[in-house]
Design a protein around this ligand. Sequence first.
Ligand code: GRF
Length: 222
Amino acid sequence: MAHAASTPRAPLAVAVLVSGTGTNLQALLDTVHGQEAEIVAVASSSAGAPALTRATERGVPTAVFARADYSDRAARDSALADWLADRGARLVVLAGYMELLGAAFLERFGGAVINVHPSLLPAFPGLGAIEQALQYGVKVFGVTVHFVDAGIDSGPVILQRAVELPSAGSPEEVLAALRPVEHALLPEAVRLFARGALSVDPANPRRVVMSPKSAPGVESGG
Ligand code: GRF
């Protein structure tokens, strides 16, 4: 009989919410899917999202929960949460999901909803983060993966990485530099969550702590 400490963890059941192209979904499908995590559901706010095709091509069940099909956002959230729960989701990843989720949804997946955002939060939350940063004239851009709370891109930070672009002049240029960073950080955050490596500092609930051996770049040798 295997020692408990050597028993491999079952893959974490992950749901991904999308609205558009789905390159972050693709990064998850190409890395953690079938490894530490199993993507069990992809839900879109829009029937035309190319992300849905990416999921279908990998055999992942998809559904569309368009705001217009429900009486209000709470009804949409409730139907969405029911479908994700039926699929067994234990972590919900927002990957280019352009809708706000209400408190009831967040409570149902308590502490297990994460988002990727193309700025160094708390700078430039909300829509058009890259455009906001360019308008401000920053020289350092970046990506944040964070837990989702009821605010807009305001939850506790899990991972951040800065990208120096002192001469950036167009959103396309910045996006091209940030894309690979998003596609590295989001799977890394899912891996950390799947390993149970993320916790919150009891003295400061804003501060996400990761167990030292699981920190990115730290070898987990014995
Ligand atoms: C990404 O830039 C992400 O940071 C933001 O929405 C975009 C989604 O891109 N939240 P994609 O659909 O994953 O290609």
